[in-house]
Design a protein around this ligand. Structure first.
Ligand SMILES: [Zn+2]
Length: 309
């Protein structure tokens, strides 16, 4: 490691993906997601609609498709399906060689960086959405075991990394919300339960990050935490169409331990493709225009390092 400087804040990023999580169900009441509500209160949050080839969408981005393959590809690569090529869950046409995920980009830009990913949707590893350059890629199979069980194992894996090692870039994927959405719809008690479970997983990961701050050897870490989803759900359950309920996505951006933002700070229409450039920015990795990323860097608190100097 040549880039370790014990004097300077060491940037680190956790991105938590919650599949098919509808923003209105998340924000309905703090009781349904206390951890996320607290994170939104100290950080920032905003929503946007996945582009769907409409007149009011950005002209160059085409259609984003409200399915998981294209959604997580857009989140992880920072480009829309017109570039990464994934338009469905068959992953046909994927061009991850040209548009790799941001963990891969980070690992290539800084070979000493520790990149880790744990997911309960195994396709994200099997199909190469998360590339081989990533230091650790762990999949627990939600398709065969059920997502409640697989998510719990994903959380346990990520918790172990955060407590016993020093990852720099962490991606965690939970799928129980989407599974419940398909089974009984996003208005159902099962969906609420899945959300609450994922919220609890997130809480344990944030507690582990908080505990790192009180460790003298790790006190210089400066964490950025992002939470997002890939698409919404119809009231009746299901997605893949162009309704607002399916197209609405959200991004939560917080920097635990950093300066708090005014409560209820809004991000201005954060898009899924904004996440990858934002992560790279926080890591101090300049985005090369040749990469062709279509997102923008989401703003941080006004003085991100003031409490760390
Ligand atoms: Zn999905």
């Amino acid at each position: 490691m040549t880039d370790v400087n014990t004097e300077a804040p060491r940037p680190k990023v956790l991105l938590v993906g919650m599949d098919g999580l509808r923003y209105d169900r998340l924000t309905r009441s703090p009781a349904h997601a206390p951890v996320l509500h607290a994170l939104m209160a100290t950080g920032a949050v905003g929503t946007s609609l996945l582009p769907y080839g409409r007149a009011d969408d950005e002209p160059s981005t085409g259609t984003a498709y409200t399915d998981s393959g294209p959604g997580w590809s857009s989140v992880l690569t920072g480009v829309w399906p017109d570039r990464h090529g994934v338009t469905g869950n068959d992953f046909k046409g994927a061009d991850y060689a040209r548009y790799p995920d941001f963990l891969t980009r980070a690992a290539r830009a800084r070979p000493g960086l520790r990149t880790v990913a744990a997911v309960s949707w195994p396709a994200l590893v099997r199909r190469g959405t998360l590339g081989r350059t990533i230091g650790r890629r762990v999949r627990h199979n939600g398709e065969s075991r059920g997502y409640e069980t697989a998510d719990r194992r994903v959380a346990r894996t990520a918790l172990r990394w955060l407590t016993t090692s020093d990852p720099d870039v962490v991606f965690v994927y939970f799928g129980a919300t989407d599974e419940a959405g398909h089974d009984t719809g996003p208005l159902s008690p099962a969906y609420d339960r899945a959300l609450l479970a994922q919220d609890g997983h997130l809480g344990r990961l944030l507690a582990a990050i908080g505990a790192r701050a009180s460790d003298p050897g790790r006190a210089e870490e400066h964490w950025t935490v992002l939470v997002t989803t890939d698409h919404g759900h119809l009231d009746s359950g299901g997605h893949g169409g162009d309704s607002r309920a399916e197209r609405e996505v959200f991004v939560v951006l917080a920097e635990p331990g950093g300066p708090a933002r005014p409560a209820g700070t809004r991000l201005d229409t954060p898009r899924l493709v904004d996440i990858a450039p934002t992560v790279l920015d926080r890591l101090g990795i300049p985005v090369d225009p040749a990469w062709g990323l279509q997102g923008r860097v989401l703003p941080g608190p006004t003085a991100p390092t003031s409490e760390w100097s």
